[in-house]
Design a binder for this molecule. Structure first.
Ligand code: ADP
Ligand code: ADP
Length: 232
């Protein structure tokens, strides 16, 4: 089955006259072992879609399946288990725990899940994010770019089946961005993970297998094996 299936997902924010339709009847399949990008103007619903797919938010109507599991049918316990064991998430605002070091933040989901990392993969993730001695520092001692790399490492370290990343290279210079994108690419190619990434960057989109374009909460276009020029 697809890694994720979105069916007729609709979500509206606000009340009365201030009603905003963030998602408007979105239907989408995310194939297992594929690296996808979600692109579209600011406010087109990209973050809302990612949050609904990752069980961090709920839609008004429609359904989301992660593998065989229908998120709308799961209770809190099931959702917690799913988020803990099967999903990695890179938040746009990082969401690091301020009292923990970078390294403790990275290993936190695994500690909670009681899982040991595959040593080789973990070392590869740590090496690629390139934090060096900064691993022992707390988030407020790190630059935005460094915090972003911690957030990416945290999502990938336990090798969850599916990773949702909300602009994972948004705060990185082009070289660090390329390293993170190659890490995401490798997690798909070498480890069969599924990655869905929101991005505004055509260079980032060119790393993916497929781009889905959103506008006004709807899927308006789709492109396979995108080149940078095609998404400019
Ligand atoms: P994108 O990620 O593409 O920028 P979002 O999913 O963040 O889009 O937002 C889609 C629409 O929903 C926007 O019009 C946004 O203003 C609105 N929206 C998002 N989150 C909230 C919220 N918590 N409360 C009210 N409106 C929201
Ligand atoms: P990056 O390119 O990763 O965003 P910057 O150029 O912003 O890094 O930061 C350069 C150096 O300054 C880094 O070694 C970083 O650790 C340090 N630094 C940046 N912001 C802070 C901060 N708020 N507190 C302490 N050190 C910081």
């Amino acid at each position: 089955p697809p890694a994720a299936r979105v069916r007729n997902l609709t979500k509206t924010y606000g009340l009365g006259q201030a009603l905003v339709t963030a998602l408007d009847d979105v239907t989408l399949d995310i194939a297992a072992g594929e690296f996808s990008a979600v692109m579209g103007p600011s406010g087109s619903g990209k973050s809302t879609l990612m949050h609904c797919c990752a069980a961090l938010d709920t839609a008004d109507t429609g359904s989301v399946f992660i593998g065989e599991q229908d998120l709308t049918k799961l209770k809190d316990k099931g959702l917690t288990r799913l988020r803990r064991d099967e999903i990695g998430f890179v938040f746009q605002s990082f969401n690091l725990v301020p009292t923990l070091t970078a390294e403790e933040n990275i290993t936190l989901p695994m500690s909670i899940a009681g899982r040991r990392p595959d040593r080789e993969w973990y070392d590869n993730v740590i090496a690629t994010v390139g934090l060096g001695d900064r691993l022992k520092h707390k988030p407020n001692e790190l630059s935005g770019g460094q915090q972003q790399r911690v957030a990416v490492a945290r999502a990938l370290a336990s090798r969850p089946r599916i990773v949702f990343a909300d602009e994972p290279t948004g705060n990185l210079d082009s070289r660090s961005g390329a390293e993170v994108l190659e890490l995401l690419r490798r997690s798909v190619d070498d480890h069969g993970q599924t990655v869905v990434m929101v991005t505004h960057d055509p260079v980032a989109a060119a790393y993916t297998d497929r781009v889905v374009f959103l506008a006004d909460g709807r899927v308006v276009d789709e492109l396979r094996d995108p080149t940078r020029e095609q998404v400019l």
